[in-house]
Design a protein around this ligand. Structure first.
Ligand SMILES: [Zn+2]
Length: 181
């Protein structure tokens, strides 16, 4: 599998509100992409709010000076809307150290990434972000044919000490995803 062109369709089918960002079907990094799981992140950017729900959207689409975009397949805004950015490989995971059924290796090939837009230090995930992330993760894992253990947090797979997503119990999130699958 080189791309997941079905991403928007499966999210909407499970009741996730979606905004398609730009030419998301063709905005991707070169290289392998054969995902078996989903990786959860927080953006660690400016705080989000109902009035400014996606302050890191431009960065996740376009990247940073040190890391070209896209930086995830989707960004989850404060109100729980999924902004779909890429149907292909994105620079979100770096190297995987291995976690649960996700092996060590090329994290960007192994996982679909959600950048959940909250700062993660002074701000936790909003209830709408939490609920939308559960639904979207279940939708994608069902399509991939893998189970809820294939949803991981970046802090579980990182080899460089990432802390995201903070303020959430990842085992509890997986249990909720399992119910939805
Ligand atoms: Zn991350």
């Amino acid at each position: 599998m080189a791309t997941i062109p079905w991403l928007v369709e499966v999210l909407r089918a499970d009741g996730v509100e979606v905004v398609e960002e730009g030419d998301w079907q063709n905005h991707m990094r070169p290289g392998e992409f054969a995902p078996i799981g989903v990786l959860w992140h927080h953006t660690a950017g400016p705080p989000s709010s109902a009035e400014n729900p996606a302050p890191s959207l431009g960065t996740v689409i376009n990247g940073r000076p040190d890391l070209p975009g896209p930086l995830a397949q989707a960004l989850v805004d404060f109100n729980g809307v999924f902004h779909v950015i890429s149907a292909g490989r994105s620079n979100h995971a770096g190297k995987s150290g291995g976690s649960g059924p996700i092996p060590a290796g090329d994290g960007n090939a192994l996982m679909v990434g959600w950048e959940i837009d909250y700062d993660g230090v002074n701000q936790q995930m909003s209830p709408a972000q939490y609920q939308a992330s559960l639904k979207a993760t279940a939708a994608v894992l069902r399509r991939l044919g893998t189970d809820a253990e294939h949803a991981r947090g970046h802090k579980e797979t990182s080899t460089t000490g990432k802390i995201d997503p903070s303020f959430v119990d990842l085992a509890a999130m997986r249990a909720e995803v399992a119910k939805l699958i």
